[in-house]
Design a protein around this ligand. Structure first.
Ligand code: 21W
Length: 243
């Protein structure tokens, strides 16, 4: 049995083939995850399988018909009891905190909108509206893909041990320290000596300090929210002495 079942209602189910690759693809193969896209068009009762129409009151653009959407939602709800989440530009901005919360659910339903938007009467069937941020996308699918990805990687077993160690609380709220791999010298640029020293405690301290300095420099808003430990303060004051 899959640990999370996700149904996605969309006019473009092929767009979600992206989930058959890499880390999410592996989780689906391992049966930890089930992601099923459904074509809203299949639920249109009109002869031409039309899914949109002109807006009442006039104006530019088209509006998604409520009938195919509502019938699709009702059908999916027969086997998925999870929250119904609509991807729309009016929604709350998606955050890591929301990702963490949704990753604990066993079932979720996502609805991707298109055109100018959905008929207002569809909102009766929606529990939550999420936006990716304050910029304009071409449709709900483009927001649904990163949102589903960030939720799924938090499900236990989706990431391997080496992929998931960064999720530890120690790394919460700070940016990553710099990484290096072979060779030790490239175009005259050497790897910091501490990383080749084999001294694990010094490496840990160096990485922690780098994380703190990079966060302070690049994201002062994040740095302000940190509760610095005694060691953090010591590392930072030693670093500023050295300058
Ligand atoms: C973009 C639909 C703009 C409608 C006022 C009246 C889903 C999205 C979307 C889209 C408009 C998300 C207008 C971040 C996004 C999405 C398609 C409105 C102009 N203004 N998160 N009419 N950004 N976008 N059109 O675009 O469906 S989540």
């Amino acid at each position: 049995m899959a640990r999370m079942k996700i149904d996605i209602l969309t006019l473009f189910p092929e767009m979600f083939e992206i989930f058959n690759h890499s880390i999410i693809g592996r989780a689906i193969e391992k049966n930890i995850l089930d992601i099923s896209p459904h074509n809203i068009r299949d639920y249109a009762l009109n002869k031409h399988k039309k899914v949109d129409d002109y807006p009442y009151g006039g104006g530019a653009g088209m509006v998604m018909l409520t009938q195919p959407l509502v019938h699709c939602i009702k059908d999916i709800k027969l086997h998925n009891g999870g929250k119904v989440i609509f991807l729309g530009p009016r929604g709350n901005t998606f955050t890591q905190e929301i990702a963490k919360k949704l990753s604990t659910e066993s079932e979720l339903i996502f609805i991707c909108g298109h055109y100018e938007g959905i008929d207002e009467r569809t909102y009766e069937y929606i529990d939550m509206e999420l936006s990716l941020g304050d910029y304009v996308l071409t449709g709900g699918e483009m927001a649904c893909i990163p949102i589903v990805d960030s939720i799924c990687r938090l499900i236990p077993g989706v990431l391997s041990c080496s992929e998931s160690f960064m999720e530890e609380s120690f790394y919460d709220g700070v940016l990553e320290y710099p990484h290096y791999t072979r060779p030790e010298c490239f175009e005259g640029k050497k790897v910091p000596e501490v990383l080749t020293s084999g001294h694990h405690e010094n490496i840990r301290k160096w990485r922690r300090l780098q994380s703190l300095l990079i966060t302070k420099e690049k994201r002062p808003d994040m740095f302000q929210k940190l509760t610095l430990t005694k060691e953090d303060k010591k590392l930072l004051s030693k670093a500023s002495e050295g300058k």
